[in-house]
Write a protein of this length. Structure first.
Length: 481
């Protein structure tokens, strides 16, 4: 038994994670893959790494010192269950099985329970940052028991991305907490990408600037409060010219966005929890809308507004600044909604999640890494139980600065017939939160009318029902909601 950590599954993510582990002082890494060829390729390509390779689960277990610790990096779903079953056969109580794949958190809860019954620790671990992150330092979101964290923590700290001197890993909470947070991270990523895409689209339509010119705008934005990985790569994508046609690459890419499902999970889970993540939902639906060419084809002739003037000079510059502010405000909403979902998930599943610590581990390694996350961390440090992130003083100030521009941009988008679903839904959410009175009172009246669902009053305790089909007097009722 020579290795202190093992990796099962040596496709792109697993082999990069294994290389990352092997490059850190003190680690000896056991590796195993179902088909031998991937193991052979890894050993051949990286002789410097001194892996301990095995070709059966038994030998893999024998190559690990106790407590045995293995990270599974295989295709999410049934393959993960299969590997867990095999490891449980060859591991012993006290050992640690870690799933670093993109598992649905409810699967992780189920697996953790089943594995725990054998005395083996099970850790569901979110890993963000793609291939490059896995190799150079990802953002890591482990769940699982405190006992597992004691062994695993130092190893993960050694391979995680570093942001402002701190490793981007924290013990998120028990069982499915890590995969839950990874899921919401991906949902926030969807919203952030959609907002950036809408900002680009608005600027292009309203000012007629070319993608290369808009790339300059994003590069400029990346020097300010919007500084982030996604803004940075947006500038690079917009600047790219297609070698074959000489056109901007963005103009030759088919406009149908793909998705692997984690955005949809975030929205489905939010619906179950009753948390309005409208920005993430709009971003997910925008991808769905884009991916129905047959519907879009027959819809092209639907009437739209008559043409609007193209802005230039100072007017264009002013418009771009308004878009920047609207983007920042909408982004605050999207992150606030995402963190709200994490808070609600923690309450539902009994996890103690430190939201400030979570925002800090998003600062490096992952796709949503951004300056902005420091502001979120500060907000939660100052007020750990903050009920709505966007009401933290810094964000209130930023939203106050942005809101006029935000309203103007959403109005112009509507008047110009330019779809901006994430911008406009974020603004509607903001105004919904602000509202003194919501028309929810009317909804309650309607519900009481057709279904005797009852309502509560602003001026006295109790539950009431109006006899709508009778003499329309009000009676006190059993609370049935
Ligand atoms: P894949 O998701 O493409 O999975 C391929 C690996 O799964 C291979 O090692 C394959 O072994 C193994 N495997 C399968 Br398929 N069925 C198996 C079984 N029944 N028993 C044992 N092994 C089995 O690999 P990936 O793209 O490296 O991703 C790994 C995990 O990391 C996934 O859960 C993914 O969602 C997650 N993730 C990916 C990214 C990313 O950017 N790609 C980011 C974050 C997380 P074989 O070689 O024998 O076929």
């Amino acid at each position: 038994a020579r290795a202190n950590i093992g990796v099962v599954g040596l496709a792109v993510m697993g082999s990069n994670l294994a290389r990352n582990l092997a490059s850190r002082e003190g680690n000896t890494v056991a590796v195993f893959n179902r088909s031998r060829s991937k193991t052979d390729e890894l050993l051949e390509a990286h002789p410097e790494a001194e892996f301990v390779a095995s070709f059966s689960y038994e030998d893999f277990a024998a190559s690990l010192s106790k407590p045995r610790t293995a990270i599974i990096m295989v295709k999410a779903g049934r393959p993960t269950d299969f590997v867990i079953d095999e490891l449980v056969k060859v591991f012993e109580p006290g050992d640690i099985i870690v799933d670093g794949g993109n598992a649905l958190f409810t699967d992780t809860i189920r697996r953790e329970k089943a594995v725990r019954d054998t005395g083996i620790n099970y850790v569901g671990m979110g890993v963000s940052g793609g291939e490059e992150g896995a190799l150079l330092g990802p953002s890591i979101m482990p769940g699982g028991s405190d006992e597992a964290w004691a062994t695993l923590g130092p190893i993960l700290k050694s391979i995680a991305a570093i942001a402002e001197g701190e490793p981007c890993v924290t013990h998120v909470g028990h069982d499915g907490a890590g995969h839950f947070v990874k899921m919401v991270h991906n949902g926030i990523e969807y919203a952030d990408m959609q907002l950036i895409a809408e900002a680009y689209d608005l600027i292009r339509h309203a000012t007629g600037k070319t993608p290369a010119e808009i790339a300059d705008v994003f590069a400029e934005w990346n020097r300010g409060e919007l500084e982030s990985y996604l803004i940075e790569i947006t500038a690079e994508v917009l600047r790219q010219v297609d070698a074959e046609t000489g056109k901007p690459l963005v103009d030759v890419i088919l406009d149908q966005a793909g998705a692997k499902g984690t955005g949809a999970w975030t929205v489905q889970t939010a619906l179950d929890l009753g948390v309005p993540v409208s920005g993430i939902a709009e971003a997910t639906f925008a991808r769905s809308l884009s991916s129905h060419p047959e519907q879009r084809e027959v819809s092209r002739e639907l009437p739209g507004p008559s043409g609007t003037d193209v802005l230039s000079g100072d007017d264009a510059d002013a418009f771009i600044e308004q878009v920047r502010l609207a983007l920042y405000a909408s982004k605050i909403v999207a992150y606030s909604q995402g963190f709200d979902e994490i808070r609600a998930g923690a309450a539902q599943y009994d996890w103690k999640i430190d939201l400030g610590a979570v925002s800090k581990i998003f600062r490096g390694g992952c796709i949503i890494r951004a300056q902005f996350l420091n502001r979120i961390a500060e907000a939660y440090d100052a007020q750990p139980e903050l009920p709505v992130l966007l009401t933290a003083p810094y964000f209130v100030e930023a939203l106050g600065r942005a809101q006029d521009s935000w309203r103007t941009i959403v109005s112009l988008a509507a008047a110009g017939g330019i779809p901006a679903p994430a911008f406009s839904s974020s603004l509607a959410y903001y105004d919904g939160l602000r509202a003194e009175r919501l028309p929810a009172a009317l909804i309650q009246g309607q519900r009481d009318f057709f279904g005797a669902h009852t309502y509560r009053r602003i001026d006295k305790e109790g539950t009431f029902h109006t006899l709508w089909s009778g003499d329309r007097t009000e009676i006190e009722a059993e609370d049935t909601h």
